[in-house]
Design a binder for this molecule. Structure first.
Ligand code: UD1
Ligand code: MG
Length: 450
């Protein structure tokens, strides 16, 4: 283990009772990925070591930690006796570690790598401890940061233990802490629990360090970045902050959103420059939109790739495996799943394209359905380049339509169609001249009882 990389201790043992959920709190998602993953990702550019502290019976949290950072060590805090006790659950790794230590809370998901880097710079500047502070509109419930006349941190006071004067301090503890002290675990084990909650407070480490002649500094950040999620309303507030950040970042990279507040993004959404997005669009996980594509209103995407200059929507749905080629058009009420459309292909109205391949410049008419499922298995539909599928066609898969072929409207196609052919599958139209008048006369008589 390198002496210089930091160790991140991520606390995730809280039960999260206020979430009222069977899912552990830190697995609740923001922008489609767990809060824990957000925090772990913020640490990843430091290539440090990671220890995640979970509660008993939180296997799902442990698995999520190792999914995001396979090398993460997971420690179990047997009983929730406070944040200092939680950090000590990682004692074996703390004692083996020589570099800086960061303590993060997994329910504070919006922390950014830049801020962690600022804390590291505070350590480089000579502080033994750097605490991330903020000035919330409403400080109720937070620990207060007590500073001396030079602005150096001297103690952190939990609200329940604070005097009236201390409670008037506006500078609060976010919980994020960076330490450059030898024997951190020894310092931690000196923390007692004679306080209002009877818990072992990590925050007491500051006063103990000062007694030992060490120094502590405050690094400040915006309230938005250290919002703690304890209940669903805060989860929604964190989501809103994340979304707003992500939209701004995309717009700065050259994406147009005419009503950004109505565009929902995922943690891994990729949108190239000159993409134009109308209101009310949802990007689920795994979506890539290439340069110059136009997304009209009310579209929904999951695991889809939209090619350069494609025109999409309004009201189109892209399910996993949708691959829309360069300049292709997908119009209103079209659903695409596990289907690739070649460049310039079109399906402009009311269609289901599932498990298929549509060749370049093919035209799929209104009401076309790829009948891909027989109740047991999924089957493939292939449409060749430049083929024309008439409106209201059912393509019963497995089936293929050759390049340049035509399908007459209303056909139910169950057999492969050769390139360049016309396939029609419907009864021959018959005509009875004058029938309508005779029919009307007959019915009118019946109604009149004659
Ligand atoms: C803590 C800080 C407080 C700060 C606030 C910021 C302490 C003593 N207080 O208070 O100064 O203003 O966060 O939100 O640290 N946890 C465990 N095991 C435990 C207890 C907690 O893993 O035994 C984890 C929780 O899952 C959570 C984090 O530690 O992720 C913080 O614990 P919490 O009880 O929410 O602390 P606060 O009272 O909010
Ligand atoms: Mg908390």
């Amino acid at each position: 283990m390198s002496a210089s990389v930091p160790l991140f201790v991520v606390l995730a043992a809280g039960k999260g009772t206020r979430m009222k959920s069977s899912l552990p709190k830190v697995l609740h998602p923001i922008a489609g990925q767990s809060m824990l993953a957000h925090v772990l990702n913020a640490t990843s550019e430091f290539s440090g070591e990671v220890a995640v502290v979970v509660g008993p019976e939180m296997d799902a949290v442990a698995r999520e930690a190792q999914r995001v950072i396979p090398a993460a060590h997971v420690f179990i805090q047997a009983k929730q006796r406070g944040t200092a006790d939680a950090v000590l659950a990682a004692r074996p790794q703390l004692e083996a570690h020589r570099g800086d230590v960061f303590v993060l809370y997994a329910d504070t998901p919006l922390i950014r790598a830049e801020t962690l880097a600022r804390m590291q710079r505070a350590l480089d500047g000579g502080a033994n401890i750097a605490v991330l502070g903020f000035r919330p509109k409403d400080p109720t419930g937070y620990g207060r940061l007590l500073t001396d006349h030079k602005g150096s941190l001297v103690a952190i006071r939990e609200e329940k233990d604070a005097t009236g004067v201390e409670r008037r301090i506006s500078l609060c503890n976010s919980g994020v802490m960076a330490l450059r002290v030898s024997n951190f675990s020894q310092l931690l084990s000196r923390i007692g629990n004679t306080n209002a909650k009877g818990e072992f407070y990590l925050t007491d480490v500051v006063e103990l360090a000062i007694v030992d002649g060490l120094t502590a500094a405050v690094v400040e950040c915006d309230e938005d970045e250290v919002l703690g999620v304890n209940a669903r309303d805060q989860l929604a507030a964190a989501e809103a902050i994340w979304q707003s950040r992500a939209r701004t970042a995309f717009m700065r990279e050259g994406v147009t959103m005419i009503a950004p507040d109505t565009v929902w993004l995922s943690f891994d959404t990729r949108i190239a420059c000159d993409v134009f997005i109308e209101p009310h669009v949802v990007f689920g996980p795994g979506v890539v939109v290439e340069e110059g594509a136009k997304i009209l209103g009310f579209c929904h995407f999951e695991n889809a790739v939209i090619g350069k200059g494609a025109r999409i929507g309004p009201f189109a749905r892209f399910r996993p495996g949708a691959r829309i080629g360069r300049g292709a058009h997908i119009g209103n009420f079209v659903e695409v799943k596990n289907t690739t459309l070649g460049p310039g292909a079109k399906a402009n109205h009311l269609a289901y394209l599932g498990d298929g391949i549509v060749g370049a410049k093919a035209n799929v008419g209104a009401g076309t359905i790829f009948c891909n499922y027989d109740g047991y298995f999924k089957h493939k539909t292939e449409i060749g380049e430049g083929a024309f599928i008439g409106s209201n066609t059912s393509l019963v898969a497995p089936v293929s339509v050759g390049a340049g072929a035509y399908i007459g409207s209303g056909s139910v196609i169950t057999k492969d169609v050769s390139p360049g052919a016309l396939a029609l599958e419907r009864a021959t139209q018959e005509e009875r001249p004058g029938w309508a008048d005779k029919f009307r006369t007959l019915m009118a008589r019946r109604k009149a009882g004659r």
